[in-house]
Design a protein around this ligand. Structure first.
Ligand code: NAD
Ligand code: UGA
Length: 427
């Protein structure tokens, strides 16, 4: 079993650390956030991630996992260092590598001669190669594909493990890449060992492809509305073709989260910097920006001018199953609604503090009190089970815009509501 250092205890770093400890490795997980390290050392996990707190407690209990403030202890006396720090969007749309570079600077003077540095943060093609040229240690790329809300399951049962070494295939770094792939032996996942630029691109290509599928289906939903088709039936029909598949075909208020928006922009920036025209990717991003405006249009059509309209927004996180509000389409929509003068209340099972223009209340019923319309923005399953007779008695208006096609149409309309779904005929 290996000694592993993990730098950054965020969604990816913490999951990596806790899961490697679960797989039997000894892990030191470092962060620069004192409050986070102190909480994690007490097994207090802030993120809403199934099983993560359990695995952290287990790792602390067995002694295979510990948390440290500052990176030194996670860089020295380990066999592998996993770099899991943020790579946000820079001012020009490219990935900002400041955090990664800072960690690698620290690693240069600290890691032992045989230690393998593993870049798990999402970084543009060519980054690992650049780092390897200036650091006298094996460096490999090992992108992460976990989804928030499923982080532990995705890490312990990944569909693939991708590791890339710099230099041409067959170069010395390949041995280090194979050693990294072996760390995941307990997961049973197929491993692809390749060059580092390819590994880095697998990550961007996957996220951007999924985002493209979603922009496609969001445009398709609008077309369905115009021709009187039902997008659910259309996508079901498409999904029975094995070559298409059924995943990532649900329309919504736009795709968001901490990665799709930044990764699509970063890949487009890479392409532009190399004079590669990638109109599909540009259209994927533009279509997504337009989607929040389209939702605002549907709300306007349902309630009339938005100035002074009281709207209850259900769901604020970027998708169900997470407490993450980063780049949430719900908040992008809220900002546009507020800019037109709407007065916003909101409810989300994972959000308690007010968010931008949204006054957050402790229940859907309280958020809906005296509202002119209700807008479903995140697909939390509990919204489908609301008592619509009850909602009707507390609301002033009778419009419900369901951007996730989550609600049972019959129940909502029987309670006297005018339901506006996405890409489906109005019931
Ligand atoms: P995050 O913001 O949740 O966590 C990053 C952590 O790194 C924070 O706790 C921060 O305090 C810490 N940190 C920052 N600078 C540091 C330093 N110099 N030394 C030690 N710690 C430092 O980020 P995340 O969502 O885990 O994303 C990390 C990387 O993984 C990004 O490149 C992201 O694109 C990629 N990724 C994220 C996901 C996801 O679902 N969130 C999935 C796959 C890949
Ligand atoms: C996504 C990828 O799915 C992960 O594989 C990847 O590792 C991760 O990004 C990352 O690089 O950070 P995540 O951000 O957790 O994971 O979210 P997804 O579940 O992919 O959803 C992204 C967005 O698409 C959300 O806003 C979601 O509501 C939306 N979506 C998803 C739809 O609108 N319709 C769908 O059918 C599916």
């Amino acid at each position: 079993m290996a000694r592993i250092g993990v730098i950054g205890a965020g969604y990816v770093g913490l999951t990596t650390a806790a899961c490697f400890a679960r797989l039997g490795h000894t892990v030191v997980c470092a962060d620069v956030d004192e409050a986070k390290v102190s909480a994690l050392s007490r097994a207090s996990v802030g993120a809403h991630e199934p099983r993560l707190a359990e695995l952290v407690a287990e790792g602390l209990g067995t002694g295979r996992l510990r948390f440290v403030l500052g990176n030194r202890a996670a860089l020295a006396d380990v066999d592998f260092v996993f770099v899991c720090v943020p790579t946000p969007t820079g001012p020009d749309g490219a990935a900002d590598l400041t955090f990664v570079d800072a960690v690698l600077d620290e690693a240069r003077g600290t890691v032992g001669p045989d230690c393998v540095i593993v870049i798990k943060s999402t970084v543009p093609a060519g980054t690992t190669e650049r780092v390897a040229a200036v650091i006298d240690r094996p460096v490999v790329s090992n992108p992460e594909f976990l989804r928030e809300g499923h982080a532990v399951d995705d890490f312990l049962r990944p569909q693939r493990v991708v590791v890339g070494a710099p230099g041409p295939r067959g170069a010395a770094g390949r041995e280090a890449a194979v050693r990294v792939a072996e760390l995941y032996a307990g997961t049973g996942a197929p491993a692809i060992v390749t060059d580092s630029a390819s590994a880095e691109l697998v990550k961007y290509a996957s996220n951007c492809f999924l985002a493209m599928k979603l922009s496609y289906v969001n445009s398709l939903a609008e077309l369905c509305e115009r021709v009187g088709a039902d997008v659910s039936d259309v996508t079901e029909g498409m999904s029975l073709d094995d070559r298409i598949g059924g995943a990532f075909l649900s329309p919504g208020p736009g795709w968001g989260g901490s990665c799709f928006p930044k990764d699509t922009r970063a890949l487009l920036s890479t392409a532009e910097s190399l004079d590669v025209d990638f109109p599909l990717l540009r259209a994927t991003i533009d279509t997504n920006h337009a989607q929040a405006h389209r939702v605002v249009g549907l709300v306007r059509d349902a309630v009339g001018p938005l100035r002074g309209a009281r709207l209850a927004l259900l769901g604020l996180t970027f998708k169900a199953g997470t407490d993450d509000l980063r780049d949430s389409p719900a908040l992008a929509t809220a900002t546009l609604l507020a800019a037109e003068g709407a007065v916003l209340t909101g409810y989300d099972p994972c959000v308690s503090a007010d968010c931008g223009p949204v006054r957050v209340l402790p229940s859907a019923e309280e958020a809906a009190r005296d509202a002119d319309a209700l807008v479903i923005l995140t697909e939390w399953p509990e919204f489908a089970d609301l008592d619509w007779e009850d909602m009707a008695s507390t609301m002033t208006g009778r419009s419900v815009v369901d951007t996730r096609n989550l609600l049972p149409p019959a129940k909502v309309t029987e309670a006297g509501f005018h339901l506006v779904p996405l890409g489906r005929p109005t019931p």
